[in-house]
Design a protein around this ligand. Structure first.
Ligand code: MF3
Ligand code: CO
Length: 263
């Protein structure tokens, strides 16, 4: 499958959708504290998307026979991705919470994720968050026109493994645009010089998922929640990035002037 190249209108549409995705994510971060439930965060995000003229790209998302039942994915501790918000999940000090926000706005999709600590966390977990975040930054920097997708993958894998953590194999980053998952796949593992060549106008969701222990995962009986097989904590950071001749540009940043409806 060939990788879609966005024209001027496509890029403008992606900018707007990604700004909304980033605004919603930014609104959730400060609400993450002990005693809050993941359902509380879900409801804030759902309402924020509506106010910003967007819809969740996750709600009703079909995977096999199942439809995803919530507007956000909120994954705690050993949950890697696709955690379903619940009023039974009460956050406690020392937890880590991955917030994954994917919005659909005027025909375009913005995708971003961030892992937030709940109060003070252990040194090991703090390091997990830092390394995963830095792996994302390095992966984005590798997304240079003329390089290949495998250069992003290898950069992330090398950095993560050199710090004693592991990259998840069962889920990958992806192109994003008029649908949530477009070509190419962007694994967080691989070899330099392999995969498709990066050209200007690609919009890529780069998203390292990093486990403190082994890379293996399993899916819970709810059919969605992916957890680490060994119970170790897992972190997830994601940006949607536009490739340009001048280098990669992160699209999922909140606009300096907040969009109407954001407060
Ligand atoms: N960012 C996730 C992904 O790219 C969002 C999935 S939404 C869900 O797969 F519906 F699958 F949960
Ligand atoms: Co994604």
């Amino acid at each position: 499958m060939t990788i879609p190249i966005k024209n001027k209108a496509g890029i403008a549409g992606m900018r707007a959708a990604c700004a909304v995705a980033a605004t919603v994510l930014e609104q959730l971060k400060p609400l993450v504290r002990p005693g809050v439930t993941t359902q509380d965060l879900e409801e804030v995000a759902r309402d924020a998307m509506a106010r910003l003229g967007a819809r969740s790209a996750c709600f009703g998302y079909q995977h096999g026979p199942k439809r995803y039942p919530a507007h956000t994915c909120i994954s705690v501790n050993d949950e890697v991705v696709h955690g379903i918000p619940s009023f039974r999940r009460v956050l406690r000090e020392g937890d880590i919470v991955s917030l994954d926000i994917v919005v659909w706005h005027q025909g375009y999709i913005g995708d971003n994720a961030f892992t937030v600590p709940v109060g003070p966390v252990s040194d090991e977990v703090q390091k997990l968050l830092r390394i995963t975040r830095e792996a994302l930054d390095l992966g984005i920097r590798a997304a240079q026109v003329g390089q290949r997708i495998g250069d992003i993958s290898a950069t992330i894998q090398q950095y993560v493994e050199s710090h004693g953590f592991s990259v998840v194999r069962d889920m990958v980053g992806h192109g994003v645009g008029v649908s949530m998952h477009e070509p190419p796949e962007i694994p967080n593992f691989g070899r330099r010089g392999t995969g498709d060549k990066i050209k200007p106008g690609m919009t890529l969701a780069i998203e390292p998922m990093v486990n403190a222990g082994g890379y293996r995962t399993k899916t819970l009986a709810d059919g969605w929640t992916v957890v680490t097989a060994d119970g170790s904590p897992s972190a997830h950071f994601e940006h949607t990035v536009l490739t340009t001749e001048r280098g990669p540009e992160i699209l999922t940043v909140p606009p300096t002037v907040p969009p109407p409806g954001s407060s």
